[in-house]
Design a protein around this ligand. Structure first.
Ligand SMILES: [Fe+2]
Length: 221
């Protein structure tokens, strides 16, 4: 519960309380607003405000672990967001960190990915089947990657957006050339489009989302 104090007309001040649900919704509104404020490339008409399909019961799909090694880079990454709406999103995320449960995809193990990757990435879901806002669609959250980490080529059915809050990460699509993506530059992945990400000297924090239904484990390398 967070307390807000604002001036009241007659009695000086009144104290307002925000529920945890309101706090998460504020972050979702802010982060989705930052995404939708950017101009999507032609043909990406699917990038629209999502309809939330709320669930009565949580469906646990993630491998939760609040002690993932990469989390030591979270504060640094939050501080790298440039001034403007990206810093606002980072600040709001920092304000609700007590609600965010960090996790990894349960299908990722050392038979599929390097240990260095498992030590170098985490996902903090805020909307999804096992997230603070419990819904089947959309899936929204934050991807954190430490410095010098590569998220190898992978693909999945649901369309996806990424909005990096930090500068310096590189992307490659369809196993092509690597290209640097600026903070605030929208990256979109079409269904089953191969994509990979790589960090340099700094960590990357990005807001990410699937706006269509799909299982978290249905990601293929
Ligand atoms: Fe993806």
């Amino acid at each position: 519960m967070r307390l807000l104090i604002r001036p009241a007309a007659e009695c000086g001040f009144e104290i307002l309380t925000l529920s945890d649900s309101d706090r998460i919704r504020n972050l979702i509104d802010l982060a989705l607003g930052a995404v939708l404020a950017r101009k999507p490339p032609r043909g990406a008409d699917w990038l629209q405000p999502p309809t939330f399909n709320l669930l009565d019961e949580e469906r646990v799909e993630s491998r939760f672990d609040d002690r993932l090694p990469v989390l030591r880079h979270l504060e640094r990454a939050l501080g790298l967001a440039p001034a403007g709406d990206l810093r606002d999103v980072a600040s709001e995320l920092r304000a609700v960190l007590d609600l965010v449960r960090w996790s990894q995809n349960p299908s990722y193990d050392t038979s599929k990915v390097d240990q260095s990757f498992l030590d170098g990435y985490a996902y903090g879901g805020i909307a999804g089947p096992d997230c603070p806002l419990c819904c089947s669609v959309p899936r929204l959250g934050f991807l954190l990657m430490g410095p010098g980490v590569t998220y190898e080529d992978h693909k999945h059915g649901p369309r996806e957006f990424y909005l990096p809050l930090t500068p310096g990460a590189c992307w490659r699509l369809d196993c092509g050339e690597w290209a640097e993506v600026k903070a605030g530059e929208l990256v979109l992945h079409e269904p089953w489009q191969m994509h990979a990400m790589m960090t340099g000297d700094e960590p990357m924090l990005a807001f990410a989302g699937w706006l269509e239904d799909g299982k978290r484990t249905a990601v293929f390398h």
